[in-house]
Write a protein that binds this ligand. Sequence first.
Ligand code: GDP
Length: 457
Amino acid sequence: MNLDSSPIAAIATAPGRGGIGVVRVSGKNLAALLQALGFQLKPRHATYLPFTQADGSIIDHGLAIHFKAPHSYTGEDVLELQGHGGPVVLQMLLARCLEAGREIGLRLAQPGEFTHRAFLNDKLDLAQAEAVADLIEASTEAAVKSASQSLSGVFSKVIHTLVEQVVQLRMLVEATLDFPEEEIDFLEKSNARGQLAHIQQTVHTVLLQAQQGALLREGLNVVLAGKPNVGKSSLLNALAGAEVAIVTPIAGTTRDKVTETIQIEGIPLNIIDTAGIRDTDDANDEVERIGIARTWVEVGRADVILHLLDADRGPTREDEIMVERFPDGVPVIRIWNKIDLSGHKPSIDTMLDATHIYLSAQHMSGIDLLRSELLRIAGWQQTGESVYLARERHLIALRAARDHLQTAAQFAAQDDHSLDLLAEELRLTQEQLGSITGEFTPDDLLGVIFSRFCIGK
Ligand code: GDP
């Protein structure tokens, strides 16, 4: 991203037609722009006025609000124009702003640039800035709740407190390094080991909460596998509660993968319905072969595999071959479908090889058993505690911090001269934790994070 500090402008509302639409401008000093537009605005007051072209013709009537630096989203001067939400009206308003702001170097904003400025001006830290994007993208109520927790700074505060504790400990260790003759008492006197253990415990708790948050954001990848006609599409429909996949008695008709995201207690489940997995040699044509190949790639990435079998007919040779190809370590739920034909009762049975669930997709019996088992596998715990809408990046940093702390604890437990190693592990811990809120985040990573925002944010 090529970012300079010139003033920026963009349409801040979503593309398409709506009741209102907003054009936003941000820059260090927008006085010249306001003048060129003929606006006299009292800061933070909404003023109803005509938006006019340079020749005085009217584009629209609407509200203009001037937020004076530093009391704005970006920390710079911000001008917001709220007009009618038509794409052409807003394009004309934006073009008019760019024209009026030519002298001050006003240009189009890049994706995420408003929020990037807010970060650079200390309006938000990095975790909060990410929460802005996550709030906008949230697909469930639970995700909204936890994104706004992060946005309001709850997550950042926990991380800051941890960083402070690590800094305290580092200061103790490094001071001791500077005065080696007092080394003997250092760890005892200041209860450094106790402090370290406390930090480890907190990181452990935060990691658990962040993992829950990541689940809300990313969802659980569920693969539906099973031979043709066993009821995969029907089960998908039963779980989703809507007709999404084609249910048909003809084998091999679901050729392409269908991903449907459903939610169970707010957790998104990305369900991948597979092309009837049969041996590629049996496939009728190229299209089906490609579908089958793709399916195996998905299976490899799954968090859980739902292997559907026919409860009435029992497993076939094809099913056994399929099981052999399931990747190691991915939990499998063996679902015996069509119990209305076999006479089984809906039930769940945890066996050594897999969990077995008896149900009928068509008659919606036993579906609840499957839903709760999926939640259990997802590791979802309704703790009532804060859940931070964390990203994979945060989890990686927290896990690295946890590992450095563990190594640090090993050095701290030794009575020999490993204080410098202990100090180094603490420094690395601080670096990892600091990367979450953006204290130690390289510019190129910042570029990647902000460029994923939408334009106007
Ligand atoms: P897929 O090829 O694995 O996706 O299977 P489908 O979902 O298309 O189902 C194949 C056939 O089995 C359809 O005729 C469904 O109506 C039928 N079927 C699915 N689930 C059940 C069930 O629980 N009981 C009975 N009796 N039939 C079912």
